[in-house]
Design a binder for this molecule. Sequence first.
Ligand code: SF4
Ligand code: SF4
Length: 70
Amino acid sequence: MATVPDSAENAVRCVCGECPSKPAELKSFYCARGAGGSAVQHRGCLCGECPLTGDYDLWGDYYCESGAAS
Ligand code: SF4
Ligand code: SF4
């Protein structure tokens, strides 16, 4: 698993905004930017369907809770 560069190209591909578990906060793109600090309701995580998961060999989920991929 690689770290995910916090680039504009990557940020626009993040699907956290469509996720039912996303905390109600402005922050997103958690695999690169880290957790937001808000409580996370586990209603499913869309990271497995995100193109960046394949691009960067990610295997985790709920980065909004656990923090950035590393
Ligand atoms: S892997 Fe998850 S946190 Fe990272 S860009 Fe995709 S949807 Fe967002
Ligand atoms: S990291 Fe996963 S659970 Fe959290 S908002 Fe993004 S897709 Fe949803």
